[in-house]
Design a protein around this ligand. Structure first.
Ligand code: FAD
Length: 317
């Protein structure tokens, strides 16, 4: 079922979450067993991230270094199939511009359609970790809005090189990303929102936000989004801080601020366990306020570790 239908049918705020494919060589069994407790909160959908290739350098006996492209977390499509099969919930694969030609995108969408996926989150993706800036494939998309357009065209039976006249066509519901603290490359919020609108104008039907720790930033963002005429549902992304390392890693990686009140509490913590307790408490308070404000779903970034999300969901749903 489409995310938009789930949201329309809901009588109160829904619970949803995101997982990462396991590192290559690790089993899917552990991941599925790990998220099983979250099914208690009846998530209508589970997002599965996509991880593009990274470059590693392999040293040869003669001392020369070989640059090798490898994917450390492959398997997004397979995990979606496994989740739908095991838990009977919708799986939402993330689909990137980065690393895909348009033809590869088309084929990936055909696979997704054949396994019964109804929704995709269309994203540009970042540059590979060792590269400075995002560069599309030779025949790939530069921005998520172009990917949205390709998916919408497929929904109309318009493939890259063929137009079908049959009754069969895909019917994906497309979500896109939004940034309450602005995307890091955008020179201003106004600029970023202009292109968020372009994604919606080209057919995106809902927005999931980057994680944030200050609800006021989310409320301000929603207000600005509505002011420029975007009417689609906006789903807030929530991430509990669970380790000492994340206190600096999350702002650095996702270009966001931790509020002073949260930092005051985190600075008192000496261990991961203490940080986790503070992180969970903060996320519970954030969640309660967001639910009271009537958000359509609370979307948790679990990073495939379900216990913190479980505690938050238990406290608020
Ligand atoms: P876009 O919407 O294309 O925007 C990218 C930048 O370009 C923005 O600064 C925007 O303002 C600007 N822009 C857009 N259109 C134009 C234009 N026409 N002209 C000039 N500038 C323009 N990454 C992954 O690799 N895998 C994932 O699974 C993943 N999941 C995510 C889930 C969510 C909910 C979010 C919020 C992010 C996720 N990301 C993921 C990260 C995302 O790929 C990066 O943030 C990426 O840098 C931007 O993606 P986007 O789709 O927002 O890009």
């Amino acid at each position: 079922m489409k995310i938009t239908e789930h949201l329309k049918n809901a009588k109160s705020t829904l619970f949803s979450f995101e997982i990462l494919p396991p590192l290559k060589g690790q089993s899917l069994k552990d991941l599925l067993e790990g998220i099983e407790p979250l099914m208690e909160f009846k998530p209508p959908f589970v997002d599965v991230t996509y991880h593009r290739e990274e470059y590693i350098y392999k040293k040869h006996p003669n001392g020369l270094l070989e640059k090798i492209s490898t994917k450390k977390r492959p398997g997004t499509v397979g995990i979606c199939a496994a989740i739908m099969n095991r838990f009977h919930v919708d799986a939402v694969p993330h689909l990137l511009c980065g690393g895909f030609t348009k033809e590869e995108t088309e084929n990936a969408l055909i696979d997704l359609n054949f396994i019964g996926v109804d929704n995709v989150l269309a994203l540009r993706g970042d540059a590979p970790k060792t590269e400075g800036k995002f560069v599309p494939e030779r025949d790939g998309h530069h921005y998520a809005s172009e990917l949205v357009e390709q998916i919408v065209r497929m929904n109309q039976g318009k493939y890259l090189h063929e137009e079908t006249e049959t009754n069969f066509h895909t019917d994906f519901c497309v979500g896109v990303a939004g940034y309450p603290e602005k995307h890091f490359e955008a020179p201003s919020m106004k600029f970023d929102l202009k292109y968020l609108k372009e994604k919606v104008d080209r057919g995106a039907e809902y927005i999931v936000t980057q994680m944030f720790f200050d609800n006021q930033k989310f409320f301000d963002f929603v207000k600005k989004v509505r002011e420029i005429g975007i009417e689609v549902p906006i789903i807030p992304g929530i991430k509990p801080i669970t380790t000492v390392n994340q206190i600096t890693m999350l702002p650095r990686t996702f270009y966001l601020d931790l509020p002073d009140a949260l930092m005051d509490e985190l600075e008192k913590c000496k261990t991961n366990a203490e940080v986790k307790e503070v992180g969970i408490e903060w996320a519970i308070e954030q969640s309660k306020e967001l639910i009271a404000a009537g958000v359509p779903s609370l979307h948790f970034y679990t990073m495939s570790k379900a216990d913190a999300t479980y505690k938050i969901a238990k406290a608020v749903f």
